[in-house]
Design a protein around this ligand. Sequence first.
Ligand code: NAD
Ligand code: TYD
Length: 354
Amino acid sequence: MILVTGGAGFIGSNFVLQWCGQTDEPVINLDALTYAGNLGNLDSLKGSGQHVFVQGDIRDAALLQRLFAEHSPRAVVHFAAESHVDRSIHGPEAFVDTNVMGTFRLLEAARTHWGALQGEAKQAFRFLHVSTDEVYGTLGPNGPAFTETTPYAPNSPYSASKASSDMLVRAYHHTYGLPVLTTNCSNNYGPYHFPEKLIPLMIVNALAGKPLPVYGDGQQIRDWLYVEDHCTAIRRVLQAGTPGETYNVGGWNEKANIDIVRTICALLDELQPRADGRGYAEQITYVQDRPGHDRRYAIDARKIERELGWKPAETFETGIRKTVQWYLDNPEWVASVQSGAYREWVGKQYGGAA
Ligand code: NAD
Ligand code: TYD
């Protein structure tokens, strides 16, 4: 079996659902269920013996030791993290705690477990660390896309904490020989994306008749990948990646934020027009920029394609249409994640502007 951390979050739950849909191998899912974790994402696995959920913290060394001893996973796929840049600006400590200390504890537990394995089991063990392209910092308009050898230059507390965790993972390979794999992926979007992030926030606010808050001039560029493509990339790296290597994962979909928001508005105009006949784009509101806002990210995903034969299946056009449709089809999911804590966050971040 494999041990997944953070499997009740956005990417982790998509990964667990895909894993259970496409393999028979059991998954132990360790998740603290912070504001970002939602067991409802995994409702379709209820009653399936293949998915075992454990509520707990990756910083809990005793719990980790028990899970490794009881289940002897052949691999760890590590998603658990604090993941939202804006929250890291308001409160960086949780990012250091979970992303750095949590990854450290998990590495320690994995090292102890792996150290006691013998022969084939020891050879086959893998620790896959899920990271981000944000560790590479920001690009100018014509700068070449990030490769696996681009120097790290993280700019936000979130990206700095992820960069730190990547460095620990690297060191555990070089020092102890732990068979680690690291993926650095661009911005994901798709089902179960928490509506604090750009794409789901815009869909949810548009439908609620609220402003669509675009930071600064809206010309910042992100490289978008449909979440299921990220999950297939992780599975491929787990299956065939070389221990100690890192793999950049991206969709070759660089888009300016304002173009993303306009695309979402156009899709909603088509799929669920406003009652007053006007366009959703009228709700676009430019708001104060994020401090230290990275201007552009772009991933060069040629290594994973060349060495492991992975390519995204979705284009941005197909992926964003599926995503908007998913939010239209799942208003109960949106309502269920908009807890008191969520409303508090929106009030703090946007004041009256969202
Ligand atoms: P998310 O915030 O939606 O989910 C994180 C999950 O981790 C939640 O279920 C949460 O409950 C859990 N968690 C948080 N702290 C924990 C702790 N101390 N112990 C156990 N569980 C804990 O995040 P996501 O967007 O699904 O991102 C998953 C991973 O992928 C992260 O490591 C992130 O850095 C990375 N990543 C995300 C993106 C993106 O676009 N979202 C892109 C590239 C990489
Ligand atoms: P986000 O989804 O927070 O991802 P990240 O910061 O990790 O790339 O934001 C994506 C882009 O959208 C980023 O450039 C910030 C911008 N943005 C807005 O313009 N308005 C918003 O309300 C949010 C949440 C993000």
